[in-house]
Write a protein that binds this ligand. Structure first.
Ligand code: PMP
Length: 452
C-alpha cells in the first residue's frame, strides 16, 4: 500500500470525512447566509482565491481583533493566517485603528501630500534603509512599477525570477521552468503574450544557473524574495545572496528584493536583519497594518539613473502609478505602523513565540516519526509534509501534499486554529498569546496521533 506523506490513505480519508462533516454541521448560519447571498458574486465568492480554502464552505467573519477572528456561528478562532500576511501585526492594531479614526474625518484621498506623508517617508528610510520611496496600493503594483524602472534604466528586456516564485499577479514574473526551459506558467488565464521574451527563470540557490542567464546580457534585474515563501519555504544557502549581489553587479543587472513576506524576519525585514544591499526594495501587505499599501524604493544610484531615464523620455504616460495610491489614509496608517507597531519590542515577542511554535511542531513530527519538517523565518513558521530542507522551487513543488494539507487544515480549524490555505503557513503577531501557540501545537499533535 502506498503512503501519502507517510500516512495510510484510509486513515487520511477517515480524518478528512469526519472533519469536513464536523465543520459543515457546526456552521448552519454561514451556510444559510451563503445560500441566500453569495450568488451575486462570480462563482459565489468576491475573490476567487477564497475557493482555495479547504473547508466544505466558507465561514462568514463578524469580527477580527489582534490574533482572534470570530465568525457568525459564534466560533472564536486563533488566527495564524492573519490575512495571509496582510494582518501580520495583528488585526486592527490599536495605533492603526486610531490613525484611521483620526484621518476618517479629514478626507480619504486627495492626490496631494499631507504632513503624515513626510513623517512616513522619514520612517520608511529609518526602518528599511536609504531608498527613495514611492507608494503603491498592492505589492503586485509595487513590483510591476519597479520592474519598469529596471528595464527603463538598463535598456534591457528580461527579469530574472526563480522557478516557483510569486511576486503578485505580475505578468512579468509569471514564468516557470520545464526541463530547464523557461515557459509561461501553465495555469495562467487569458495570457496571450509570450512572457519568455521578458523573463527568464532559474532555480533558487543555483548561482551557476543565474550566472549563465546573466551572461547573455539581456537581464535588467534579478527579482527575488530573500527566502522563497510562496511554495513550501526554501531558505537561501549560505552565500546565495552574496552571490546574487556580486553576479548582478558583474553583469550590469539590478537586484530587486521583494520583502512582502520576509518582513517577518525582524526589523527592516530580511534585508535589514541580514544586511542585503538591493538596488530596489519592495514591501507590501502588512506595511501599513492592513490598510492596502505597498512601497518601492530605489537606492541613490538607481534613483539617479531613473532621473536620467526620465529626462530622456518622450512626453506621455509612464505606465506607472494608480489614482488612489499615496492617499492620506495610507500615510496615516504607514506612520502608525512604522512608528508604533513594527517595533523591536513587538518583533521580539513574535520571534520568541514563533520559536516556541516551530520547536513544538518539530517535536511532534519527530515523536510521530512523520517524514515532515518545519521551517521558520522570524515570525513565519511552516510545516512541510515532506522531508527537508528544500533547496529549489522544483523541490518545493514536489513537497506539497494537497490531500494531507487540506484535511489537516480543516481539522486544525475545528480545533480553533486557522492557518493559511495556500501553504502550511502560520504567523505570530504581536497580539498572539503563548496559550494560542500551545493550543495550536496540541491540536497538531492530536491530529498527527490519529494519522500516524
Ligand atoms: N510579493 C510577494 C513575495 C508575495 O507573496 C505577494 C502576495 N502573496 C505579493 C508580492 C503580492 O501582494 P498583493 O497580492 O498584495 O499584491
Amino acid at each position: 500500500e502506498s503512503l501519502i506523506a507517510g500516512i495510510r490513505p484510509e486513515r487520511l480519508e477517515k480524518l478528512r470525512a469526519r472533519e469536513a462533516k464536523r465543520f459543515a454541521t457546526g456552521r448552519p448560519r454561514a451556510r444559510a447566509a451563503l445560500d441566500q447571498g453569495a450568488e451575486a458574486f462570480l462563482d459565489g465568492v468576491p475573490l476567487h482565491w477564497m475557493k482555495d480554502w479547504p473547508m466544505p464552505h466558507l465561514p462568514l467573519i463578524s469580527k477580527a481583533k489582534g490574533a482572534r477572528i470570530t465568525d457568525i456561528d459564534g466560533y472564536e478562532i486563533d488566527d495564524f493566517c492573519l490575512g495571509d500576511t496582510g494582518s501580520m501585526f495583528g488585526h486592527s492594531p490599536a495605533p492603526v485603528a486610531k490613525a484611521i479614526r483620526h484621518q476618517a474625518a479629514r478626507g480619504l484621498t486627495y492626490m496631494l501630500p499631507s504632513e503624515d506623508t513626510l513623517d512616513a517617508g522619514r520612517l520608511l528610510t529609518e526602518r528599511f534603509g536609504d531608498f527613495r520611496w514611492q507608494i503603491a496600493t498592492t505589492a503586485t503594483d509595487a513590483n510591476r512599477f519597479a520592474i519598469r524602472v529596471a528595464r527603463a534604466i538598463t535598456g534591457r528586456t528580461k527579469i530574472l525570477v526563480f522557478n516557483g516564485c510569486y511576486h503578485g499577479t505580475v505578468d512579468d514574473a509569471m514564468v516557470e521552468l520545464a526541463n530547464g526551459i523557461t515557459q509561461n506558467r501553465q495555469g495562467l488565464m487569458g495570457q496571450v503574450a509570450d512572457l519568455t521574451l521578458g523573463a527568464v527563470a532559474c532555480e533558487f540557490n543555483d548561482l551557476a544557473g543565474v550566472e549563465a542567464a546573466l551572461a547573455k546580457g539581456d537581464v535588467a534585474a534579478i527579482l527575488t524574495e530573500p527566502v522563497m515563501t510562496n511554495s513550501c519555504m526554501v531558505l537561501p544557502d549560505p552565500g546565495f545572496h552574496d552571490g546574487l549581489r556580486a553576479l548582478s553587479q558583474k553583469y550590469g543587472a539590478l537586484l530587486m528584493i521583494d520583502e512582502t513576506h520576509t518582513i517577518s524576519s525582524g526589523l527592516g525585514g530580511y534585508t535589514g536583519v541580514h544586511g542585503l544591499q538591493p538596488d530596489i526594495f519592495v514591501v507590501g501587505k502588512c506595511v501599513a497594518g492592513g490598510m492596502p499599501t505597498a512601497v518601492w524604493g530605489l537606492s541613490h544610484e538607481t534613483a539617479a539613473r531613473y532621473a536620467a531615464a526620465n529626462e530622456a523620455r518622450a512626453p506621455g504616460h509612464s505606465g506607472m502609478g494608480t489614482t488612489l495610491s499615496a492617499n492620506p489614509m495610507q500615510f496615516a496608517c504607514l506612520k502608525a505602523t512604522l512608528s508604533e507597531v513594527m517595533t523591536a519590542k513587538n518583533y521580539g515577542h513574535m520571534e520568541k513565540l514563533a520559536d516556541r511554535l516551530s520547536a513544538g511542531l518539530a517535536k511532534s513530527i519527530t515523536r510521530h516519526k512523520a517524514p515532515w519538517h518545519v521551517v521558520r523565518v522570524g515570525a513565519r513558521v511552516e510545516f512541510i509534509c515532506a522531508p527537508g530542507p528544500l533547496h529549489s522551487g522544483t523541490e518545493a513543488a514536489l513537497a506539497h501534499q494537497p490531500a494531507v494539507e487540506s484535511a489537516l487544515h480543516v481539522a486544525l480549524l475545528n480545533r480553533g486554529c486557522l492557518i493559511a490555505p495556500f501553504h502550511n503557513m502560520m504567523l505570530i503577531s504581536p497580539a498572539t498569546k503563548k496559550r494560542q501557540v500551545d493550543r495550536l501545537i496540541a491540536a497538531f499533535d492530536e491530529i498527527l496521533s490519529e494519522l500516524f
